[in-house]
Write a protein that binds this ligand. Structure first.
Ligand SMILES: Cc1cc2nc3c(=O)[nH]c(=O)nc-3n(C[C@H](O)[C@H](O)[C@H](O)COP(=O)(O)OP(=O)(O)OC[C@H]3O[C@@H](n4cnc5c(N)ncnc54)[C@H](O)[C@@H]3O)c2cc1C
Ligand code: FES
Ligand code: FES
Length: 483
């Protein structure tokens, strides 16, 4: 990765000041799950200055006031999918968040980064546009608000000016008689970007007729928008399978009108029609589609910038430079280090600290071999910059053993023959540890979700799942694994 100057800030004012001073030479860094991959692309334009906003407390959290929900940009996808507030007032957003990447990507990736990266396949955008969201952009000189739909010029381009930071996303709560759904079609169930997606909202009146309808497809049009021609077909009508199929067909026609016929049209034309029909059908069910791992918890306040529990009690002052002095805790040991700003946590662990248990596979967040725990959450260490662990607690596979004794998970992996070549094993263990720490009795489907960001080319996963299922952690009753 090319060298850059790294600024870690703790207030919006500091961030806006730096972004404005350095103009085109600066970029904001939130979770880094888009940006760090872009930096590694051959020929990529890497900014001279990276402004790390991930410690800005005022940019985190989900709240409710005046009939509106406000989501701050550092809210991670994990926080979105677990939000009880969203489950009640905008459940299609929980569903969209739960479909993003893997647990590791969802723990780091933020809603603000998803919006500002403006990729055509960004999964939080269709639901937010269906919800009629507005965004607030703030700069050194003031702030302005616009509708989210207006923000986008084309894929990867927004109307944000240089020096502007996204500081809030806001929308009206859905009324109680409204149902919503988000459907995504990817090449597999995890770690798959949307080939197509649909966000839909339906409100039916007392007479059983549709009073309001909103349909926003993802990755279908040049930018996101509601397909009013299809929505108008629904309003005032009684919902029927035939009507929903016709609305799907209309969306398909509108898509072709705008994009013309291309290499992908043969596939997209019938598929978008079916997805729209299914999304509308799902809206009619009592509950819209939920994440299989959905588990709402009261964690609305505080986002990435929140001082994470278990972290060192450190004053997180701003710091900067191409080399950064940081204090951190690695495997229970406090360390003060000077790290190159462009060094990833994975490289720091392996090459500087001599902890090679963390493996390097893809370096783009897709294999999970580099998984470690950051304040107890599984993250891809190839997508975290070393300065970002300042004040945080890192646990690697080397930290699992205690006084030379293997962790019960490691014992169970051996008992169940869950490691063959062993390359994926450290990452698998760390994802499993993160799961069991928060959920000592996971169901098989929860185990499979927890390791969905970890690829294994040898075992076929079954033994790994059984090893996790049968790990003997204190106070935990074992299940019958069928083996
Ligand atoms: C393996 C993998 C799988 C993925 N799967 C999916 C998927 O299924 N669906 C999906 O939608 N995405 C997916 N992504 C993409 C990515 O995780 C998301 O887009 C994520 O939300 C980006 O957020 P971030 O905080 O990591 O952004 P960053 O990488 O930190 O930033 C992205 C861009 O937004 C800008 N930015 C960030 N915050 C602000 C702000 N507050 N104000 C102004 N600009 C800002 C940055 O300067 C940068 O240009 C995947 C990524 C990986 C690595
Ligand atoms: S996910 Fe980090 S090396 Fe593959
Ligand atoms: S055991 Fe070989 S990759 Fe999983």
């Amino acid at each position: 990765m090319k060298r850059f100057n790294f600024f870690s800030v703790t207030t919006i004012d500091e961030a806006c000041g730096l972004l404005s001073s350095y103009g085109p030479d600066a970029a904001a860094l939130a979770g880094g799950t888009d940006l760090l991959i872009e930096f590694r692309r051959p020929g990529a334009k890497v900014p001279k200055v990276l402004v790390d906003i991930s410690r800005v407390n005022e940019l985190g959290g989900i709240s409710e006031s005046d009939g509106h929900i406000s989501i701050k940009p550092l809210t991670s996808h994990t926080q979105l999918l677990r939000s009880a507030l969203l489950q009640k007032f905008a459940p299609l957003l929980n569903s969209a968040a739960s479909s993003i990447g893997s647990p590791q990507v969802r723990n780091r990736g933020t809603v603000g980064g998803n919006i500002m990266n403006a990729a055509a396949c960004a999964d939080t955008v269709p639901p937010l546009i269906a919800l009629g969201a507005t965004v607030t952009l703030q700069s050194k000189t003031g702030s302005r608000e616009m509708s989210l739909a207006e923000l986008f010029v084309k894929p990867y381009q927004t109307r944000a000016n240089l020096g502007e930071l996204l500081t809030a996303v806001r929308f009206k709560k859905l009324p109680p008689d409204t149902r919503s759904a988000f459907i995504k079609l990817g090449r597999r169930n995890a770690l798959a970007i949307s080939r197509l997606s649909v966000a839909a909202i339906l409100q039916t009146g007392k007479d059983g007729k549709i009073a309001d309808a909103r349909i926003v497809p993802g990755a279908a049009f040049p930018t996101w928008k509601r397909v009013t021609a299809a929505e108008n077909m629904l309003i005032g009508e009684k919902p029927t399978p035939k009507l929903f199929a016709a609305a799907g067909q209309k969306v398909s026609e509108e898509m072709i009108k705008e994009t013309g016929r291309r290499w992908s049209t043969e596939y997209k034309e019938p598929v978008i029609a079916v997805l729209v029909r299914r999304a509308l059908e799902q809206c009619l069910l009592a509950q819209s589609e939920q994440s299989p791992s959905f588990n709402p918890v009261a964690m609305e306040a505080g986002g990435k910038g929140k001082s994470p529990s278990g972290s060192q009690s450190l004053t997180l002052n701003s710091f900067s430079g191409q080399e950064c002095a940081i204090s951190t805790t690695i495997n229970g040991r406090s360390r003060t280090l000077t790290v190159p700003a462009n060094c990833t946590l994975m490289d720091l662990l392996r090459d500087i600290l001599g902890l090679p248990g963390t493996k390097c596979g893809c370096e783009v967040g897709e294999c999970g071999a580099c998984t470690v725990l950051l304040d107890g959450e599984a993250v891809n260490s190839c997508l975290v910059l070393a300065p970002q662990i300042h004040g945080r607690r890192v646990t690697t596979v080397e930290g699992l053993t205690l006084n030379g004794k293997l962790h019960p998970l490691q014992e169970s992996f051996m008992d169940h023959d869950a490691a063959h070549c062993g390359f994926c094993t450290p990452g698998m263990l760390m994802s499993a540890k993160s799961l069991l720490d928060s959920n000592p009795h996971p169901a098989e489907r929860e185990i499979r979700t927890a390791i969905s960001g970890n690829l294994c080319r040898c075992t076929g996963y079954q033994q790994i799942v059984e090893a996790i299922e049968n790990t003997s952690v204190p106070g935990r009753a074992l299940r019958q694994s069928g083996k």
